[in-house]
Design a protein around this ligand. Structure first.
Ligand code: MRU
Length: 353
C-alpha cells in the first residue's frame, strides 16, 4: 500500500503529490510549520489525507516542544492547531482531525498528565486517526463494491485514492473493493483541471494496481456518457452537509448533472469524518479559491493573454438530489440524507441496506 503520510522518528514523510507521476519524491517535514506548508502547497492533498497530516503534524510539533510546564505547552498546542486550521478551508476532515487532537489534549490535561505523557498521548491519537482512516476506506470498499456491476465502466473525478487518504482510498477504495470481489472493472479518470489530480494521481495509482484506466479531459465525459460507455460514477468528497449536499473537486457538479441526464447512478464515497452535520446545506460550505496562475499557466508556460480575468474555485457543490447513495464505513446512506446520515452517526453498527 502507498505510504501517503508516515511518521519516521522526528519527521513526517510524505510523497510529493505535485511531482507525480514522473518523479517519486518524498518530502521530510521536521516541524509543524513545514507540515502546514506541505498541506497548503498540495504536497499532500485530499480531504482525509490532509486531516491525517494535520493531526500527525500537531503531534510532531508538540513532540519537539521545549516547554516544561503544562500552561506554556498548552499555549503552544493551541497555536499549532490554529496554524493547521488556516491551511485549507473546504475539507472538513482537517477541522475534524484538529478537534480530535484538542479533545485528546483536554482529556490528558484533565487527567493531570505531565508534558511527556501528553506528548505520548498526542502521538497515539494522531496514529489512531491515521489507522482508522485506512480501516474506514477498506470498509467503504467492501460496502461500495455491492453497487458496482460486474464489468462496470466506472467514471471518477479528481483523486479519491490511497494518495488522498491514509491508504486504499474512498472512491478508488470502492473500485479496489469491487476488484477484490473478483469483478472485472475498467475506469475512466477525468483529467481534473487545473491541478490534474485525475490524469496524474488517479491514473498512476490504478495503473500500478493493474486496473485498466482511460484518461479523458474533463470536457469529454458527456460525450462518453452519451455513447453509453459509462455504467457508474463514483467520486470522493471534501465536505458533506447534513442534507447530503456534497462539496468535491470542481467539475463534480457537472458530472452529476450529466449522470442524471444519462440515467447513470452517481455515488459519493466518504468516511463519516467528511460529514459535517453542523453545516445544514451546501450553500454554507466554504469554497476555497486558488491562485489564477494554476489556470493561466501550464508547466510554466502561459496559456492566457495578460489582462484576462480568472475564476479558480477548487471545489463545487453537488445538490443531494443527484446522489444515488453516500458510501460510508458504516454502509450506504440513501435519501433522505438528513435522516440516513444522522442515523449513521447514531449507531456503531452498520447501516442496514
Ligand atoms: O484539492 P484537492 O486535491 O485536495 O481535492 C481533493 C478532492 O476533491 C477529493 O475528491 C476529495 O478530497 C476526496 S479524497 C478521498
Amino acid at each position: 500500500m502507498l505510504p501517503t503520510v508516515a511518521r519516521e522518528g522526528d519527521a513526517l514523510v510524505m510523497i510529493d503529490q505535485r511531482k507525480l507521476p514522473t518523479k517519486e519524491i518524498y518530502v521530510r517535514c521536521r516541524t509543524a510549520a513545514e507540515v502546514a506548508r506541505a498541506i497548503r502547497t498540495m504536497v499532500v492533498r485530499g480531504a482525509p489525507a490532509i486531516g491525517v497530516a494535520a493531526a500527525m503534524g500537531i503531534a510532531l510539533g508538540m513532540r519537539a516542544s521545549k516547554a516544561t510546564g503544562t500552561q506554556k505547552f498548552a499555549a503552544e498546542f493551541y497555536k499549532t492547531c490554529e496554524l493547521m486550521a488556516a491551511t485549507r478551508p473546504t475539507a472538513v476532515n482537517l477541522f475534524w482531525a484538529i478537534d480530535r487532537m484538542k479533545r485528546s489534549f483536554t482529556a490528558a490535561a484533565e487527567a493531570g498528565e505531565s508534558v511527556d505523557q501528553i506528548k505520548d498521548r498526542l502521538d497515539r491519537e494522531a496514529q489512531a486517526i491515521h489507522d482508522e482512516d485506512v480501516a474506514s476506506c477498506r470498509a467503504m470498499g467492501a460496502y461500495g463494491a455491492d453497487v458496482v456491476p460486474a464489468g462496470a465502466r466506472i467514471l471518477t473525478h479528481c483523486n479519491a485514492g490511497a494518495l488522498a487518504t491514509a491508504g486504499y482510498g474512498t472512491a478508488l477504495g470502492v473500485i479496489r473493493g469491487a476488484v477484490a470481489q473478483g469483478k472485472r472493472v475498467t475506469v475512466v479518470a477525468d483529467e481534473t483541471r487545473p491541478f490534474l489530480q485525475g490524469a496524474r494521481l488517479t491514473a498512476w495509482e490504478l495503473v500500478r494496481d493493474g486496473i485498466q484506466t482511460t484518461v479523458i479531459t474533463d470536457n469529454m465525459a458527456g460525450a462518453l456518457m452519451g455513447q453509453g460507455q459509462i455504467d457508474l460514477v463514483v467520486v470522493g468528497a471534501d465536505r458533506i452537509a447534513a442534507n447530503g449536499d456534497t462539496a468535491n473537486k470542481i467539475g463534480t457538479y457537472a458530472l452529476a448533472v450529466l449522470a442524471r441526464e444519462h440515467h447513470i447512478p452517481f455515488y459519493v464515497a466518504a468516511p463519516l469524518s467528511t460529514v459535517d452535520l453542523t453545516t445544514p446545506d451546501g450553500q454554507h460550505i466554504p469554497i476555497e479559491e486558488r491562485k489564477a496562475r494554476e489556470v493561466t499557466h501550464f508547466g510554466g508556460n502561459q496559456l492566457t493573454p495578460a489582462g484576462a480575468l480568472v475564476w479558480n474555485p477548487a471545489f463545487d457543490v453537488t445538490p443531494h438530489r443527484f446522489i444515488a447513495g453516500i458510501i460510508t464505513e458504516r454502509g450506504i446512506c440513501r435519501p433522505p440524507y438528513t435522516e440516513s446520515l444522522k442515523r449513521a452517526f447514531d449507531t456503531e453498527a452498520a447501516i442496514p441496506s
